[in-house]
Design a protein around this ligand. Structure first.
Ligand code: 7TS
Length: 420
């Protein structure tokens, strides 16, 4: 809930933010004796009470290892754990729960494809197409794979306005391109990429498509069947869920044909001293005791988002972002990276004269305002724009225009303080 010193929170057209904020205990706290203004949800979102309760209830009443016991607790834990998988599968429009593999996060989901699918299917001379706007999570696993298999990497360039340049798809999507792996939304530029069009172009060239959904699944409707993609990676902690769990969705026939990623308990059917056979999907890719409470928390997060509706989430963020871009552009010397509000999701990265982004974030923190500064794990993207770092404010369902006003007032203070 807002504290007395904060201006009243106007609701956007789409969401009753005032009521919704009451569900997030952390938003009641103060930082440096100021009400917390949390503008770093692209790094990790905050959690509603419903998610915290689901996890606590599980530990208080049900905890036991899954898929193992015939005793009641283990059976109940297994039911809750697998029900969460079904909820997440439904949320992204998967045909069935077995297409959803639990991972630690989006990063591990992408690594799983690189290690398993990549090593089994790619040969010297094959090519992987990426973009210049990728997070390191969708870059480094492919660099490691390329070094081991002599596969070549190509990159879709970015225009100055922060959109991809793919006017000549045949040049980049060659007959040797086996995979096009790209982010649905840039975590720095905010650019929302045209996933369906890019996927169609890749498929015409005979390449598979992996979508990094770390920034899209939390913020807009995503339906894997409508998009016609082949793999999707995402993390629970960016979408109101706990840390320590994420998911890889993949087409059943592709996942079935892929070798295991890690070996151990739960991923096997039979084990002999010198050989083993593998469990069926999804467990073939889930070795060892999984993050059970986290999966249940993820299911509760998806329920919370579903109750709001992902169209509403997206529209609320677009409204906040358009407001933020307009107000930020009035700050002296501030330059926004990326496209206009109609082509972007809920974040704005910027530079402010010669002030280092860490100094901007430090001054704002003293006012209780949390933003991120640095290269946001997208160093090549910053190199593309010839800057070492940027400052980023990122928004979610609980952010308000009043908070944007506090951010902008803070930035005016930064300008005064550094008086460039
Ligand atoms: N892909 C994108 C587009 C991301 O924004 C992130 C995290 C990841 C992948 C990796 O997610 P993880 O959950 O596996 O770590 N992005 C950020 C960020 O922008 N600031 O901190 C983490």
């Amino acid at each position: 809930m807002p504290t007395a010193t904060m201006t009243p929170i106007p609701n956007t057209q789409y969401l009753d933010v005032h009521a919704l904020r009451a569900d997030f205990p952390i938003l009641h706290r103060r930082v440096h004796d100021k009400p917390l203004v949390y503008l770093d949800s692209a790094a990790s979102s905050q959690k509603p009470q419903a998610v915290l309760d689901a996890m606590e209830r599980y530990y208080e009443t049900t905890h036991a290892n899954v898929h193992r016991g015939v005793h009641t607790l283990s059976e109940e834990a297994t039911v809750q754990y697998e029900a969460a998988r079904a909820r997440v599968a439904d949320f992204i429009g998967a045909c069935c729960p077995k297409e959803v593999i639990w991972t630690r996060n989006a990063t591990e989901a992408i690594n799983l494809v690189a290690y398993s699918w990549g090593r089994a299917n790619l040969r010297r001379g094959d090519r992987i197409l990426l973009t210049e706007m990728e997070h390191h999570a969708n870059l480094v696993p492919w660099q490691i794979l390329a070094a081991e298999t002599s596969v070549d990497l190509d990159f879709v360039p970015i225009a100055d306005n922060g959109t991809l340049i793919l006017d000549d798809p045949d040049r980049l999507l060659t007959p040797r391109t086996r995979l096009f792996a790209f982010t649905a939304m840039s975590n720095v530029l905010g650019t929302i990429n045209p996933v369906k069009e890019l996927t169609a172009a890749a498929h015409r060239a005979g390449a598979l498509v992996l979508v990094d959904g770390a920034q899209s699944v939390p913020h807009m409707p995503v339906n894997v069947q409508e998009l016609d993609i082949d793999f999707l990676a995402f993390s629970a902690h960016k979408m109101l869920g706990p840390t320590g769990i994420g998911a890889l969705w993949g087409r059943r026939e592709l996942l079935n044909a892929m070798p295991p990623f890690m070996g151990g308990g739960d991923m096997i059917r039979e084990v002999h001293l010198r050989e083993s056979t593998w469990n069926e999907l999804p467990w073939k890719f889930e070795a060892g005791t999984p993050a059970i409470a986290e999966a249940i928390g993820f299911g509760a997060a998806v329920d919370y988002l579903d109750a709001i509706g992902m169209d509403t989430v997206h529209r609320h963020e677009q409204e906040i972002t358009a407001y933020a871009m307009q107000k930020l552009s009035e700050v002296e010397g501030l330059k926004i990276l990326g496209p206009g509000p109609e082509q972007r999701g809920g974040l704005v990265s910027f530079i402010l004269g010669d002030v280092h982004p860490h100094d901007i974030a430090g001054v704002l923190d003293s006012m209780g305002i949390a933003i991120r500064a640095g290269h946001h794990c997208a160093q090549p993207l910053h190199e593309r724009y010839g800057i070492p770092a940027s400052a980023r404010a990122s928004f979610y369902i609980y952010n308000t225009e009043a908070e944007i006003d506090l951010l902008v007032a803070g930035l005016h203070k930064v300008v005064e303080f550094f008086s460039y």
